[in-house]
Structure formats: C-alpha cells, structure tokens
Design a protein around this ligand. Sequence first.
Ligand code: FAD
Length: 327
Amino acid sequence: MRQFDYVRAASPSEAAHVASEASAKFIAGGTNLLDLMKLQVEVPDKLVDITRLSLKSIEEVGGGLRIGALVTNSDLAADERVRRDYEVLSRALLAGASGQLRNKATTGGNLLQRTRCGYFYETTARCNKREPGSGCDGREGFNRILAVLGTSESCIATHPSDMAVAMRALDAVVETLKSDGSTREIPIAELHRLPGATPQIETSLEPGELITAVRLPKPVEGVHLYRKVRDRASYAFALVSVAAIVRMDGGRIAEARLAFGGLGTVPWRDPAVEAALKGQAPSDALFAEAADLLLKDAKGFGDNDFKLELTRRTLPAVLHDATRGEN
Ligand SMILES: Cc1cc2nc3c(=O)[nH]c(=O)nc-3n(C[C@H](O)[C@H](O)[C@H](O)COP(=O)(O)OP(=O)(O)OC[C@H]3O[C@@H](n4cnc5c(N)ncnc54)[C@H](O)[C@@H]3O)c2cc1C
C-alpha cells in the first residue's frame, strides 16, 4: 500500500487549488481510480475528495441542460428530460457498466476514466501511457479490444466511455474551473486528445482543473439510437458502439450525427461521414459507403482486425433502423 494524503474539499475552488499540486487526483465515484490505485497504476500523493461538493443538479439552461459533474450515471440516465430529449445519452448510459457501478459513477469521472487496455493495467508490461518511453506491448500483443482509429506508434488504447460517445454526438460542452479560479468551456471534441507521441496526456485539462458541469445544447431532433456490440449483454465494454441521431425530411437524410465507441483512441466522430449521408435517400449502398468512409484510415493490429468487419455490419444496421424511424 502506497501512502497518500486525503483532503475533503469544501468548495470547487478549494478542490482545484489543492489538486494543482504535483501528483494530486480528484476522487469522485472512485470506480476507476481506486482500482488503478490498488494496482499501483495510479500512485497519487494526494486524493482530493470532491464528493461533498454541490455539483449534483441537472438544470435547464439556455434551452438545454447543465449537468453537474457529480450527477451519477444512474440519475442522469433516469432524468425525465434526458430520457425525453436526449434519448441517445440515456441509452448510452444504460448500456454502460452495471446498475451498481452507475449508482456510484459520476459525469466528470466517466469522461475522464482511463483506458481498459490490459497492458496499461499490467505494471510488468510496456505501456507508453503508464510509463512514457517504455514502449507499447499492445501493438504486437493481444489487442482484441484495442483501437483501430486514431492510433499512433506509441499507443493503440481505446477510449472506454459510452457516455462520452453520446455526448460527442450531442456536441456537449465541458465546463471547468482552474486552480487560479478562472473558468473554461471546452467543446467535448477538444477534451480528449489523440495519443500521438504523448499518450500519457489524455485530455486538454491542466493540472488541478476541475470539471464542474457538462452542458447539453438544445435538444437535437430526430431518431436517437445507441447500439453497443460487446462480448456480454451487460458489464462489458464496447467492441463497437454507435450513437446516432438521424433526422429525415421528405424521404431523405436531413441530418445524421454519428459518434463511435470501441473503435477510436478517443470518442470518435467523422464529419466526412455525416456530410456523405446528408441529403441522400437511404440505401444499402449509401450505408456501405458511409462505413467505408469511416474506416478509410482505420488500421487493425491482428486480433482486433474483426472490428473493421463488425463496423461494416453495425453502422449500416443502425442507419437502417434510424432511417426507418425504428428504435
Ligand atoms: C467492471 C466495470 C465495468 C465497466 N463498464 C463500463 C462500460 O461498459 N461503459 C462505460 O462507459 N464505463 C464502464 N465502466 C467505467 C465506469 O463507468 C467508470 O469507472 C466511471 O464512470 C468513473 O466515474 P467515477 O466517478 O467513479 O470516477 P473516479 O474513479 O472517481 O475518477 C476517474 C478519473 O476522473 C477524475 N475525475 C473525477 N471527477 C472529476 C472532475 N469533476 N473533474 C476532474 N477530474 C475528475 C479522477 O481524478 C480520475 O482520474 C466500468 C467500470 C467497471 C469497474
């Protein structure tokens, strides 16, 4: 057991201030961080407990919703407004983890959960994310669950969150508080960073920067779907998941918002795919073209090659259901 200090923050600004010191970590639900600490993958000197902060409400703001960072995944999925107006989010949340975990897991923690790559968790393996410069055993190793999009020489770890995928389709905005007291609004597309040569830097957040809320814009009209393909029906991460919001007009696709989990090193969205669908009449050929476009730069590493074919089947199936108005 490694020793660490424990501080219970009385206010968001105290939390951000205290956590700016070297190797401090916020703890919210603890469902990811505590596992990583037990394995000594994460070894913070200080835990800043944010669970008593008043960041637990869901408010209507500017026609959309403002979700406090400590709203649990269960409460968010069950919220009447989310179920009615942001169905894709409710569905994605309910596809994640288990009831027990969702009762503890928070909005901020879910966004910042770390990859489930086995080599990241195994401290005797080489992992550039855990130990920069050590190498990546995932590329040549057992990489069945790892990424095919957004990978680099240094890292092919998949981003694991279901919730973040739905939020990407919704163009959510992350509100933060920095240690100097200033605040920021970060479009979710800019929160998670591609691994490149520095896979240990996973987000655009600064040390001590606290997520205080996530804002959803006005409801997006259309059929909302979240399809998650996984090894078990529950309690399993996505092999491939698709968050889809599709609006039809006169038999043609007026707008398709599509985000993907299980494929990318970050929650994935590709504007070219959405542009190719816009204004078109649904057809098998169009859907196959969309999948090909999505996978244009995809690269399998052996065990995970099947994700390419799985995506070629899953995306057209989702588009088929969404354009028929069935869910
Ligand atoms: C068995 C199992 C199965 C799972 N299956 C799924 C699944 O299918 N889909 C899925 O999406 N997830 C799944 N999860 C992951 C789960 O959803 C996450 O562990 C959870 O959402 C993390 O939230 P938390 O509040 O517990 O975060 P914590 O563990 O408390 O924190 C996670 C990270 O976020 C940071 N953090 C937390 N809150 C803030 C904040 N407000 N501001 C800044 N930093 C913050 C912490 O410092 C830490 O680095 C699974 C987990 C387990 C254990």
